[in-house]
Every structure is written in structure tokens, then in C-alpha cells.
Design a protein around this ligand. Structure first.
Ligand SMILES: C[S@@+](CC[C@H](N)C(=O)[O-])C[C@H]1O[C@@H](n2cnc3c(N)ncnc32)[C@H](O)[C@@H]1O
Length: 260
């Protein structure tokens, strides 16, 4: 009995009050229109003491703009400005090193909050696990802190909805392609597919258009710019006269499968 008491008092004297760590949330913000936010996303955005978004230097991130409908207290915000976006090729060693350092540093800053017991929500355009920058912080923090990912409506889902273009029918196979791939790889990947989504267009639109023309898919292709956002644009690719495309644009090639 006495020994038990001693042990108890020693434990109390030596163990600091345990701090419950915060949870890291990856919050899918949907494709642009805040009406496509989920109720779950809304709940996390309303409560989390730290709201993180990625952005280009000097600009507001798209995910943060979507959050305008919900977030009105800038004191909770943390902006993470990429050191580079399109200035260097993604495989340039200087780009890889700068991005790795940027993510390491950001993970350290978030770990400080999480370690002190504060929840951190990373705002992620579309779905966090679909080409999301969130994934690079998730990878660095997931073994140290509790994580919850809130799925979101993807950009492509928003785009084919707004373009009134069902993407896959029957047994259609859908291929998602980043436009950053070479023309040869794009052509090869398109050969075996029934439907396609080509993302990350930007300055790659002329290459994508040429590959689709060569594959006989140009007539079916639809160009969507900033789908579901206020300045959305939807146009058949064959009718788009210029080669200008912002980062938030994609080309949809709908499937033509079984339609009983
Ligand atoms: C890094 S990926 C992020 C994808 C995002 N996590 C998602 O779930 O859609 C960025 C690319 O997604 C596409 N994208 C995302 N939302 C879009 C939208 N609302 N309209 C057009 N393209 C969009 C663009 O092709 C853009 O280059």
C-alpha cells in the first residue's frame, strides 16, 4: 500500500502534464464554388485554430479564396508561399531541392502548432489526395500526429459537371493525364483509353491540342477554364481560337461507351 502511494507521488512529481497533440486536417475545398464545400469541411474550417493555404508569392491561393465564404478572421491564417511555381522545370534539381526545403520548413512550423495541441487545417483545392500539395506535408507529419483527411469534390468532377459532359459510360476506361508530360507520352497514354482528363494545362495547351488532333480526339474534346468559379469558361476545344490557358484549366475527352 505504502509502496503504491510512493510510486503514485513519484509519478506525479516527475511526469509533466501530458499535452494532447493537435490533429492535422487536409480539407478538400472543392473545385471553386463554395457551395460545393462539404458539411465536414465546413465544420473543420469553423473550428480549427490554424488555417493553412498554399499560394504563389504575392497572390492569394485558390483554396483560400474558396474559404472566403466561411473564414473571416485572418488571425487564424498561415500562408505558405511556394519558392517557385512555373519558373523552373519540376525535374530541375534546383527546383526539387527548393521545394523539399520549403516543405521541410513548413512541416516544422506546423509541427510546432500540432505539438502545442493546436489543430491545423490545410486548405486543399479539390480533393487533398488528388495531386494536392497537402500530400507533401501529410507525408512528413503523418507518423507523428493524428491526421484526418476530408475528401473534396475534385476539379475534374466540377468541370465535367459544368460542361454537362458525362465522362464515362458502361465499361469506359478513364485516363487522367498531366499536360506536363511529353507529346510522345501523352499520345501513348491516350491510345488505350476511352475517356481522358488532361490537367495542368497552362502553356502546354498547343502541345495537348496537337496530340489530340493526331489521335482523332479533337472533335470530342472540351476545354474548361476555372470550372465552377465566377469566371468559368467552357468551350469545345476545336472552337477555341487562341492557345491561352490558365493553370486552372483542363481538357475533357468524354467516353462513348454503352448507352442502352
Ligand atoms: C495540382 S492539381 C490539383 C487538383 C485538385 N487537388 C483536385 O482535386 O482537382 C491542379 C490542376 O487541377 C485542375 N483543376 C483543379 N480545379 C479546377 C477547376 N475548378 N477548373 C479547371 N481546372 C481545375 C487544373 O488542371 C489544375 O492545373
Amino acid at each position: 500500500m505504502e509502496a503504491g502511494l510512493v510510486t503514485e507521488s513519484l509519478e506525479t512529481a516527475e511526469s509533466p502534464t501530458p499535452v494532447t497533440t493537435g490533429t492535422l486536417y487536409g480539407v478538400g475545398m472543392g473545385p471553386g464554388d463554395p457551395d460545393y464545400l462539404t458539411l465536414k469541411a465546413l465544420r473543420v474550417l469553423e473550428r480549427a485554430p490554424v488555417l493553412v493555404h498554399f499560394c504563389k508569392r504575392g497572390r492569394r491561393g485558390n483554396a483560400r479564396t474558396i474559404a472566403d465564404a466561411v473564414v473571416r478572421d485572418p488571425a487564424r491564417e498561415m500562408a505558405l508561399a511556394y519558392p517557385y511555381t512555373t519558373e523552373l522545370h519540376p525535374e530541375d534539381p534546383a527546383y526539387v531541392a527548393a521545394l523539399a526545403g520549403f516543405y521541410d520548413d513548413a512541416a516544422g512550423r506546423l509541427a510546432d502548432h500540432l505539438g502545442a495541441g493546436r489543430d491545423v487545417a490545410i486548405l486543399s483545392e479539390g480533393d487533398p489526395f488528388f495531386y494536392g500539395s497537402f500530400m507533401h506535408l501529410w507525408r512528413r507529419l503523418k507518423d507523428r500526429f493524428p491526421v484526418e483527411v476530408v475528401p473534396g469534390v475534385t476539379g475534374m468532377s466540377g468541370c465535367w459537371t459544368r460542361a454537362a459532359t458525362p465522362i464515362t459510360w458502361g465499361d469506359d476506361v478513364l485516363t487522367v493525364l498531366p499536360a506536363t508530360l511529353s507529346a510522345a507520352v501523352l499520345a501513348e497514354r491516350l491510345r488505350g483509353t476511352d475517356a481522358a482528363v488532361v490537367m495542368k494545362l497552362g502553356r502546354h495547351l498547343p502541345k495537348v491540342r496537337a496530340v489530340l488532333r493526331e489521335a482523332g480526339l479533337l472533335e470530342r474534346a472540351v476545354y474548361v477554364e476555372r470550372g465552377t468559379m465566377a469566371d468559368e469558361r467552357v468551350v469545345p476545344l476545336a472552337e477555341k481560337a487562341d492557345d491561352e490557358a490558365p493553370y486552372f484549366s483542363m481538357v475533357l475527352v468524354p467516353g462513348q461507351g454503352r448507352r442502352p
